[in-house]
Ligand binder design. Structure first.
Ligand SMILES: [Zn+2]
Length: 265
């Protein structure tokens, strides 16, 4: 059976606006994880209706956010972390017909979400890949590219939707909200859920093709703390560009992701 892989994050889900809402045990977290679960469930329903088997990777923080009881019967859920360079795509391999991204968010170095960040929200001002600000989508879609798996759909804030459409030909997106300064301007949560289901169905009718690989991938990380930059510079092949900035050039996305994993640990 054809399979779809869904990587799910929380910061780009409808309504989510403040860091406390993204952390287990903090005010607003229960509402946020419920909305994340329902947005993922909507994507699952659409993929299953189109004849796909679905595997979901819970990729926010602990990796233990989605309420499995809110997902359709038959969906497989990966919880926690596999401790591999695949990171938010842990579990993906060449056997999948497509990858989707739910609840994704604008990157570190952008002003498009109050929760804009890339991976660790405290350590970097930004990461760039081949000169462009890199989002979590950018980093993980490359891994899917390398496996020959096309990225078909993304939902999240308006900023990440526009960025994904700008770099991935044919990807369909759906914006759950827009970030303005410290605010988010949201759709009604149920409307987002309905429209994600419809949009995923449309994405699967005319799926995007996998993107060709680049010759090489140069990662530049602008750390907030000079000590973290110095630590990262010891990764074999890495170069300290200035007190806060480290670069590494990889020949493949997996090599890039491996360097990122160790340099930002
Ligand atoms: Zn997250």
């Amino acid at each position: 059976m054809k399979k779809i892989f869904i990587s799910a994050d929380l910061e780009g889900c409808t309504g989510v606006t403040a860091w406390c809402e993204t952390e287990i045990g903090q005010p607003g977290y229960q509402e946020a994880r419920k909305q994340m679960s329902l947005e993922v469930a909507a994507a699952c329903r659409a993929a299953m209706a189109a004849g796909y088997e679905v595997v979901v990777k819970d990729s926010h923080d602990s990796g233990r956010n989605i309420d499995a009881n809110l997902l359709p019967h038959g969906v497989q859920l990966i919880r926690g972390w596999m401790n591999s360079p695949l990171s938010m795509m842990g579990g993906l391999d060449e056997s999948y017909a497509g990858a989707m991204y739910i609840g994704y968010h604008s990157p570190a170095g952008s002003n498009e979400s109050p929760l804009a960040h890339t991976m660790d929200a405290t350590k970097f001002n930004w990461l760039k890949i081949n000169g462009q600000i890199a989002s979590e989508f950018d980093m993980h879609a490359l891994l899917a590219d390398e496996m020959g798996v096309p990225s078909l759909f993304l939902s999240g804030d308006k900023g990440i939707c526009q960025r994904a459409e700008g770099v991935y030909p044919g990807i369909k997106t759906f914006a759950t909200k827009e970030g303005i300064g410290g605010a988010t301007w949201n759709l009604h949560p149920e409307e987002s859920i309905e429209r994600i289901e419809k949009a995923v169905g449309e994405a699967l009718q005319n799926p995007a093709q996998v993107r060709p690989l680049a010759e090489s991938y140069t990662l530049v990380i602008y750390f907030k703390n000079h000590r973290d930059a110095r630590s990262a510079s010891w990764y074999p092949g890495a170069e300290l560009l200035d007190e806060f900035t480290v670069s590494y050039t990889a020949s493949t996305p997996f090599e890039l992701a491996t360097a990122r994993m160790f340099m930002t640990n």
